[in-house]
Design a binder for this molecule. Structure first.
Ligand code: MF3
Ligand code: CO
Length: 256
C-alpha cells in the first residue's frame, strides 16, 4: 500500500527535507583534498543533533547486511556506488568524486537526499557522469504529477542515462518515504515489467535516487557488508531527492 500524506504531513516532511539540504550542502562545502570522510560525518552529525532531529541512517538495520549502519552519512567515493562508510583513513584526493547521502527524522517524518561532487578539478568524463546523473533525476522529477505512472519516472531516468552511454545500477532502488525511511513503492531507475506500475496520486512522496555507473552496471558488496561498488571498478554517481505529488505538480521537499 502506498501511503498518501495530508498537507500538514507534507509540511513536516518539508522541514525534514530542508534540514537534509542544509546538512548536505554544508558538508559539500567542506569537500577538498586532504579531508577525511569521517570529518564530514562529524560535521553532519552535529548539524542534525543541533536541529533536534535524529540521524535516520545511524542504527538503521539492514537484513542484507545483518547489522545496523553505524554512521549518519554514506560517503561513497569513486567506484563506490552507495553505502560507503565514513573513515578517518579515507582521505579525499584531487580528481575524486564523492556521493554524500544522508537522512533525518524530525517530528516523526523522514527526509533523505544525496548529491555527488568532485574534489577539486575532475576529468571531463567524470564531469559528464555527474551531469547526466543529475539531469536524469531532474527529468524524472518533472514526471511526478497526478495521473502519471511510476514507470514514467523509471523510464525517464533510464532513457537519459543509457542514451548518454552510462549504465543503471539495478540492485539498489528509490522508495516511498514518510513516517518510515523506506515505504512502498520501490522506485527503480529502470522499467521492470515484473513490477507494478501504480498511478501517482496527490500526497504520495517518492525518494528518487539514480545510481549510475560509467562502465558496466553490475555491483558487489564489500566484506564490510555495506559498501556497494561497481564490479568493474568504474566510477559511480548518485543523486537523490524526496518529491511530493501535488495537484500543481512536483514539490521537491529536499531543496529550497
Ligand atoms: N539513501 C539510501 C536509502 O534510502 C541510504 C540508506 S543508508 C542506510 O536507502 F544506512 F540507511 F541504510
Ligand atoms: Co533513499
Amino acid at each position: 500500500m502506498i501511503i498518501r500524506k495530508s498537507p500538514a504531513e507534507l509540511e513536516k516532511m518539508r522541514r525534514s527535507g530542508l534540514l537534509v539540504y542544509k546538512v548536505l550542502h554544508t558538508v559539500a562545502e567542506m569537500v577538498q583534498e586532504g579531508v577525511s570522510t569521517l570529518e564530514l560525518e562529524a560535521a553532519a552529525e552535529k548539524l542534525i543533533l543541533d536541529a533536534g532531529a535524529r540521524p535516520a541512517f545511524k542504527g538503521y538495520y539492514s537484513p542484507a547486511a545483518g547489522n545496523r549502519y553505524p554512521y549518519v552519512l554514506c560517503t561513497s567515493v569513486n567506484d563506490e556506488i552507495v553505502h560507503g562508510m565514513p573513515s578517518k583513513h579515507k582521505i579525499l584526493k584531487r580528481g575524486d568524486i564523492i556521493s554524500i547521502d544522508t537522512g533525518v527524522q524530525l517530528d516523526g517524518y523522514y527526509g533523505d537526499s544525496a548529491i555527488t561532487v568532485g574534489v577539486g578539478e575532475i576529468s571531463p568524463q567524470l564531469a559528464k557522469l555527474l551531469a547526466v546523473t543529475q539531469e536524469s533525476l531532474e527529468r524524472a522529477i518533472e514526471k511526478v504529477r497526478p495521473g502519471n505512472r511510476l514507470f514514467d519516472i523509471c523510464s525517464t531516468v533510464q532513457k537519459h542515462v543509457e542514451s548518454n552511454g552510462f549504465t543503471i545500477v539495478r540492485e539498489f532502488v528509490g522508495h516511498g518515504i514518510g513516517t518510515e525511511l523506506h515505504e512502498e513503492p520501490q522506485v527503480p531507475n529502470y522499467v521492470d515489467r515484473n513490477n507494478e506500475n501504480p498511478r501517482l496520486k496527490e500526497g504520495m512522496v517518492l525518494a528518487i535516487e539514480p545510481m549510475v555507473n560509467a562502465g558496466k552496471p553490475q555491483s558487489k558488496v564489500l566484506s564490510d557488508r555495506w559498501t556497494a561498488v561497481s564490479q568493474d571498478g568504474s566510477a559511480s554517481a548518485h543523486f537523490e531527492h524526496c518529491v511530493a505529488v501535488t495537484k500543481d505538480g512536483p514539490w521537491v521537499l529536499t531543496r529550497p
